[in-house]
Write a protein that binds this ligand. Structure first.
Ligand code: GLN
Length: 483
């Protein structure tokens, strides 16, 4: 079997037992990228030389009998808003076109410490702002299931690279759905950990109070393996949490007796009936696995999206201030300092980033901050409280991940409000600080559908167990785009 068909466990065991070398695995990943990425456009940078040198180092260490970790020789793609030392890291923005990261993000460092090989940097919506990856300043990524469709976003490059089996797994980041929605649209697994679970050190900030790094993979187990490698307290990020983790093997086993809550606010009139049916069919699977299913209500859910976009635009306007042409990336000279700022930012930022900076500057301005930013934070508290209360009664919540399957390129591009609505089912977990996973649960018109499982804070183990049991009982995750 070619290494691009193997699971993470199989690759890592095969490399350690010298059935094949890390170099062979990485070469096969690079060959597949060469063969497919011209059509898909998942990668902004392919780290050919670096990845082969890293693979050789892993092979040399194995030859010397040294211990290599759980990801020995596993090729991983990393979203291009995450720092990779010595490699261009652009956040898909012109303002960082020539920026070379001077250090590895903690998540990247932890992957390397486990023996993983970073093979490239994937495309995204500029700085993570979008739901289709069309807001990249460089290229449009295509959905491997249908090249006329978007892969979702903002981690669309990571999702497409995994779906096309160019890499077994990738890192993405999720502020309001950017791991789970592209995972759903590309038919792969995506996990957004609890805020604080994975260090944000080296993640280019979009919305600091919500951003979270997490894995995309072709199976729940592989997503869990990547998650466990990157999770945990990091002294470089004071918001990272020191909560106990769990062994990978603990995601296997029975889920009998678990109670699933179905929040009625997620099943509104007007949603795609075929998506509703896919989710209800999935609930039947859980019932066969002896789970209890009950309807619950989280009435303030309807305020999650407005609270999210006020929070995001406000924090974006603050976080983007550092791109001033003085320290990082692009710099365009002017007659005065002000003119230099203006010209640099005018040329460096795309339209969606500018829109959010302007909206955010307004929500944070004197006289309006209390009405907007502060109000949004109060709404966040209320929503968080409501979800935490409901999750005392049930072990997890199940919802669709996305209100639609992959849409056509260009379809929502010129209508930001419609694009914002893509996040309607994913944003609540971010706003309420809850972990959530998307797993494939069906197909509509030969396009994948995603099921979302939301859990209690820091109980990634429970949602991984639920997703794993579901995956074992079904075969949706085995479907692959023909490439
Ligand atoms: N689509 C959402 C937005 O544009 C989510 C982005 C994300 O999670 N990074 O804000």
């Amino acid at each position: 079997m070619p290494p691009n068909e193997l699971s993470i466990d199989e690759i890592s065991a095969g490399v350690r037992q010298k059935k094949f070398s890390a170099t062979e695995v990485v070469m096969s990943s690079l060959e597949r990228i060469d063969a497919l990425d011209e059509r898909i456009g998942a990668f902004l940078t392919v780290m050919r030389d670096e990845s082969l040198a890293d693979a050789k180092r892993v092979d040399d260490r194995i030859a010397r009998g040294e211990h290599i970790g759980s990801l020995a020789g596993v090729p991983v793609a990393v979203k291009d808003n995450t720092m990779t030392r010595g490699v261009r890291t652009t956040a898909a923005s012109k303002i960082l076109e020539h920026y070379v990261a001077s250090y590895d993000a903690t998540a990247v460092k932890r992957l390397r410490d486990e023996g993983a090989i970073i093979v490239g940097k994937t495309n995204l919506d500029e700085f993570g702002m979008g739901a289709s990856t069309e807001n990249s300043a460089y290229q449009k990524t295509k959905n491997p299931w249908n090249l006329e469709r978007v892969p979702g976003g903002s981690s669309g490059g990571s999702a497409a690279a995994v779906a096309a089996r160019m890499v077994p797994a990738a890192l993405g980041s999720d502020t309001g759905g950017s791991i789970r929605q592209p995972a759903a649209l590309c038919g792969v697994v995506g996990l957004k950990p609890t805020y604080g679970r994975v260090s944000r050190y080296g993640l280019i900030a979009m919305t600091s109070s919500l951003d979270q790094i997490g894995p995309l993979a072709t199976s729940v187990r592989d997503a869990a393996a990547l998650f466990l490698a990157v999770a945990g307290k990091d002294r470089q990020d004071t918001t990272s949490a020191d909560e106990p983790l769990f062994p990978l093997s603990s995601i296997e086993g029975s889920i009998a007796g678990k109670t699933i809550g179905i929040p009625k606010e997620f099943f509104v009139d007007g949603m795609d009936e075929r998506i509703r049916k896919s989710v209800y069919d999935a609930l039947d699977v859980f019932k066969k696995l002896s789970c209890k299913v009950r309807e619950v209500s989280v009435p303030h859910t309807k305020y999650a999206l407005p609270a999210y976009y006020i929070t995001v635009t406000s924090e974006v306007s603050a976080n983007m201030a550092r791109y001033d042409g003085v320290r990082y990336g692009l710099s365009i000279e002017g007659q005065s300092l002000d003119e230099m700022y203006r010209q640099t930012r005018e040329a460096g930022f795309g339209p969606e980033v500018k829109r959010r900076i302007i909206l955010g500057a307004f929500s944070l301005s004197k006289g309006h901050a209390d009405q907007y930013y502060q109000q949004a934070q109060r709404v966040r508290d209320i929503i968080g409280h409501e979800y935490h209360e409901v999750l005392k009664e049930v072990d997890c919540l199940i919802t669709p991940t996305s209100p639609s399957v992959a849409f056509t390129l260009g379809e929502k591009f010129s209508d930001p409000l419609t694009m914002y609505l893509c996040d309607i089912f994913t944003v609540p977990a971010n706003i309420a600080n809850l972990p959530a996973i998307s797993v494939p649960c069906g197909q509509i018109d030969e396009l994948p559908v995603g099921l979302q499982v939301i859990g209690r804070p820091f109980e990634e183990q429970t949602i991984l167990q639920m997703a794993q049991a579901y995956e074992q009982a079904t075969s949706w995750h085995l479907l692959k785009p023909e490439m």
